[in-house]
Design a binder for this molecule. Structure first.
Ligand SMILES: C[S@@+](CC[C@H](N)C(=O)[O-])C[C@H]1O[C@@H](n2cnc3c(N)ncnc32)[C@H](O)[C@@H]1O
Length: 320
């Protein structure tokens, strides 16, 4: 039986033939496999669109392209295209994903990103990650030899193998960890961010669940999650390809962001409260009378969900 490194296992389980994201059976929303901020309603895109508007104005450019990487079925760009903030703007909206994107991930890697904004909501947590476990204090001898084990999968079961084959930046981030603690290594996500930044977009904005520090996340535990049919599990003793595999993201493993704030802080900075105040001023009779008014009124409940500190509100927004 072959043992497969966890990130290779995840790559195949999610994005291989018939994988979780490539089988076409993923459902989103409150009754789906998972729910994201764009699935909550149109308010999220309206506020993030205000951020795009600021970047666009500051750039002094005419036409720009906005890429939504990991667009899934396109809910975010669909809402953005109908938003007040995008009306009459010379913005080209392009979705990137395996199944429903205008571009595949491979095609996106070849695109010139000058005059572009790159946006990714809940992408990095879905990029295959490695899992290490600290088993010795380092330096032991001449380097990290013997200090870590790595997670492999054999027939859906977890197994650990000693390793000293990992990037140099890993060990310094987890120096303070106790023996026995496991943590994710976001090597692919880090390389993806680096590759995007090398192409010098006007801005890269990534939103995800996670923590600023690898050591704190590892200490807290429960960062690996399996999602299916809106059930969440942190029990990874039986791994199969019918569940979404995700991790909280340790943002200190990515290139240092210019801005790192919570989703609640970000949405407030970009005007969510003003949009909600407009909704609160609406006369209840008007709100029932037409669709546009109903959409505005729904901002009140959408905002509460998007700012909720127990979930979306505490997500981290990294801007470069
Ligand atoms: C949790 S979903 C997020 C969907 C959407 N952004 C949202 O907020 O509703 C993650 C998506 O990222 C896609 N994905 C994973 N790796 C990718 C990559 N390298 N490039 C583009 N999309 C990717 C997956 O196929 C999946 O559709």
């Amino acid at each position: 039986m072959t043992s497969v490194r966890f990130d290779d296992f995840m790559q195949k389980a999610l994005y291989g033939d018939g994988g979780f994201y490539t089988s076409g059976s993923v459902t989103t929303g409150s009754r789906g496999d998972f729910i994201t901020s764009p699935n909550v309603g149109p308010l999220f895109a309206e506020v993030v669109g205000r951020y795009f508007e600021t970047v666009w104005q500051q750039s002094g450019q005419g036409e720009i392209t906005i890429y939504d990487v990991g667009c899934n079925k396109g809910d975010f760009l669909n809402a953005l295209s109908k938003s007040d903030v995008a009306r009459d703007k010379p913005w080209r909206l392009v979705g990137v994903d395996y199944l429903h994107g205008d571009l595949t991930p491979e095609e996106f890697n070849e695109v010139n990103l000058a005059n572009s904004i790159v946006f990714a909501n809940e992408l990095l947590d879905n990029m295959p990650f490695r899992v290490l476990r600290k088993v010795g204090k380092e330096p032991s001898g001449t380097g990290p030899n013997g200090a870590f084990q790595e997670l492999f999968v054999v027939s859906g079961q977890r197994t650990w193998q000693s390793t000293n084959d990992f990037p140099a930046w890993v060990s310094s981030l987890v120096q303070e960890l106790e023996i026995g603690i496991e943590f994710p290594v976001h090597q692919q996500a880090r390389a993806w961010v680096e590759q995007v930044l090398e192409r010098k977009p006007l801005s890269l904005l990534c939103i995800d669940y996670g923590m600023a520090s690898s050591a704190e996340l590892a200490d807290r535990g429960d960062w690996l999650r399996l999602y299916q049919d809106h059930q969440v599990s942190t029990d990874s003793t039986n791994l199969n390809s019918s569940a979404d595999i995700t991790t909280d993201v340790s943002f200190d493993q990515l290139p240092k962001a210019v801005n790192l704030q919570t989703q609640a802080q970000f949405l407030k900075e970009h005007g969510i409260d003003e949009l909600v105040a407009e909704a609160e001023k609406l006369n209840p009779a008007d709100a029932l009378a037409n669709l546009a008014a109903m959409k505005i009124k729904s901002r009140i409940s959408e905002s509460a969900t998007l700012l909720d500190q127990a979930s979306f509100g505490s997500f981290l927004v990294a801007g470069w």
